[in-house]
Design a binder for this molecule. Structure first.
Ligand code: COI
Length: 355
């Protein structure tokens, strides 16, 4: 159990007016959680302190070799003023998987959860309540040794910041348009694709700029070997409904194991829908689109929730899905996941945890 010191911020900020839309990832709350690590001493000095700039040596290893990890989860306020976290255990498990992959010391899961609970509780009044909003929780760890040379750091900082957010995409729940990339790749099996680390996101930027310039919100990645099998989208996992069957790429070592992905799979199975986690090629998707059996496409992610996809562009081919509208299953998944998150639908799967 952590002994968390609480240093109240002397510069409390105004809480955003809920009548103005919350642009994702732009506003931060009054406090942050911080804990330090040193080889030989372990994780220590847990504190909740003012959200403020941090001071690091220019030689800190994170700036040079990218030894850093992050997570993303959300807190929600229910109508009866309870605060719920959605499946924090899954994020903590994934965080420690990432830590192992990139040689960052693990954080005991009870301590990780206690840290999340402490910071969310400290800034609970920042949790927005308008439909489609929530408090985004961003835990991350950075390597802080002042050292120029490639090896794991001996010192780290674990920080959790909070951001009241609206939808990740400007489209909200309206379908997004996605660009299928077949030039660059995001990750390969054996690399760090299944870890949640900044390196995977920086690898995506050049394609994302290209896609944005062409009027698309996100990039869909193909596998790094055959440039043929669907992997994931920049900020979400991807699902297809083809001829009545829900299909999503199986986890293969280069795909991020999304918590919302896992939740959608569990819900589809609970509803008795045929669902396959398997390799799915871009040719199969294109043929389904041509033959009219590509019934729905949607992405899943903590930030993105369930995001219907209205158009896929692959080379010169444009595939319109549902005439650009929202499919019934995407809508049902969105309503169910957000209903559970907000405590409006009975949580029979025990996914929420009260703060
Ligand atoms: C999340 O969905 O929480 C993520 O970390 C994706 C990020 C690109 C916002």
């Amino acid at each position: 159990m952590l002994d968390i010191k609480f240093e109240k911020s002397k510069n409390l900020k105004p809480i955003p007016d809920e009548n103005n839309p919350l642009v994702f990832g732009t506003i931060f709350t009054d406090h942050m959680f911080v804990m330090d690590y040193e080889t030989g001493k372990g994780w220590h000095s847990a504190r909740v302190t003012e959200y403020a700039p941090i001071s690091l040596e220019p030689s800190a290893m994170v700036f040079h070799y990218g030894q850093e990890m992050f997570e993303g989860l959300k807190a929600y306020k229910t109508q009866d003023e309870r605060i719920l976290l959605f499946r924090p255990d899954k994020n903590i498990e994934r965080a420690n998987n990432t830590n192992r992959r990139i040689c960052i010391p693990e954080i005991p899961k009870e301590d990780f959860l206690q840290a999340i609970q402490a910071i969310v509780s400290a800034d609970r009044k920042w949790i927005p309540t308008k439909p489609g909003t929530s408090l985004y929780i961003r835990p991350f760890i950075i390597a802080t040794d002042p050292y120029l040379g490639v090896r794991p750091s001996n010192t780290y900082k674990f920080i959790i910041i909070l951001s009241p957010v609206g939808p990740y995409y400007k489209e909200g729940l309206n379908p997004v348009k996605i660009w299928i990339e077949d030039d660059y790749v995001r990750a390969v099996k054996g690399g760090i694709g299944e870890a949640k680390t900044g390196g995977n996101y920086v690898a995506s930027l050049a394609s994302q700029v290209k896609a944005h310039d062409a009027g698309y919100s996100q990039v869909l990645w193909l596998d790094g070997v055959y440039r043929k099998y669907i992997e994931e989208v920049g900020a979400m996992n991807i699902f297809f409904k083809i001829n009545g069957i829900v299909v999503t790429p199986m986890l293969n070592g280069s795909i991020l194991p999304g918590v919302t992905r896992n939740s959608c799979i569990a819900l589809c199975k609970k509803w008795g829908l045929p669902l396959e986690e398997r390799k799915i090629s871009i040719d199969e998707v294109y043929e389904a689109a041509q033959s009219g059996t590509l019934e729905e496409v949607w992405g899943t992610g903590t930030a993105a929730v369930i995001s219907p996809v209205g158009e896929l562009r692959w080379q010169e081919h444009i595939m319109k899905i549902k005439d650009g509208g929202i499919g019934a299953l995407s809508q049902k998944l969105y309503d169910t996941v957000t209903g559970i998150q907000l405590g409006e639908i009975e949580d029979t799967l025990h996914w929420t945890m009260e703060v």
